[in-house]
Design a protein around this ligand. Structure first.
Ligand code: 6AU
Length: 260
């Protein structure tokens, strides 16, 4: 099943072009680490991208938390992404009616569709969100990660919602790059990527409901292909050292999973 196939093998099974590119990057750079760049100052974001660039496959942003945002940030960010060979992922969690999502995705000051190859979306409003992302102007190659479960304590998502989200994903094979979740779902669809946040070595939780697991546990027990690490790296005194450490632990766990 998905858990014992290599990322390289799965490149050819991906129906979404960005998922295929991501598998390729993971295999080449030997990393399944996504950093959550949840910083509020543009230069801090660029510095982080330079520092962790060699160790990551995906750089995940919340572009709307940047206090000094100017569209001029995007070109250097894309340049760093190309140079270090990682993918820009805007974690916008689109959740409105299709028409509004189209506007949020392609208009406004962030122009997400022009630079983020990957975005997240909630399945709560159904297929309109996906039709909107599919039909909007922007990058030719784009992929969506649908949220099927969250790492938040007290989440209202139940099993039915998770199942229905996977069914919705199946209806958009060319658009869906993967699923954001906390357990080994869709084992028979190895072309999709499981992205799992809530990963940290130091803490088990924060004071706002975030719940953490170890790198080994998310890869070996929870089925993650790509693990998202935010504060475990960004709050470290030396983000590049922390990123290298997480990269090595995550890759070792993935390599061990292949032997099973
Ligand atoms: O490692 P942290 O807790 O500093 O950051 C986790 C990152 C944040 C969240 O917005 C995001 O992961 N996240 C998501 C995503 C990726 O969509 C889903 C979820 O269930 N939990 C979660 O923390 O940028």
């Amino acid at each position: 099943d998905r858990l014992t196939l290599s990322f390289l093998t799965r490149t050819n099974l991906a129906k979404n072009p960005v998922a295929a590119e991501l598998f390729q990057i993971m295999a080449t750079k030997q990393t399944n680490l996504c950093v959550a760049a949840d910083l509020t100052i543009s230069t801090d974001i660029l510095n982080l991208a330079e520092q962790v660039g060699p160790y990551i496959c995906v750089f995940k942003t919340h572009i709307d938390i940047i206090e000094d945002f100017h569209p001029n940030l995007l070109k250097p960010l894309q340049e760093i992404a190309e140079r270090h060979n990682f993918i820009l992922f805007e974690d916008r969690k689109f959740a409105d009616i299709g028409k509004t999502v189209e506007l949020q995705y392609s208009k406004g000051i962030y122009q997400v569709s022009s630079w983020a190859k990957l975005v997240t979306a909630h399945s709560i409003t159904g297929k309109g969100v996906l039709d909107a992302i599919k039909e909007s102007v922007g990058l030719e190659k784009r992929g969506v990660f649908l949220l099927a479960e969250t790492s938040a304590a007290g989440s209202l998502i139940n099993e039915n919602y998770t199942e229905a989200t996977l069914t919705l994903a199946e209806q958009y094979p060319e658009l869906i790059a993967g699923i954001v979740c906390q357990s080994p779902l869709f084992l028979q669809t190895p072309g999709l990527i499981q992205l799992t946040p809530g990963v940290q070595l130091e803490a088990k939780s924060d004071n706002l409901g975030q719940q953490y697991n170890s790198p080994e546990s998310v890869i070996l027990e929870k089925g993650a292909d790509v693990a998202v690490v935010g504060r475990g790296i960004t709050k470290s005194a030396k983000p590049e050292i922390a990123a290298e450490k997480y990269k090595n632990l995550l890759w070792a766990a993935y390599s061990k999973r292949l032997q099973k």
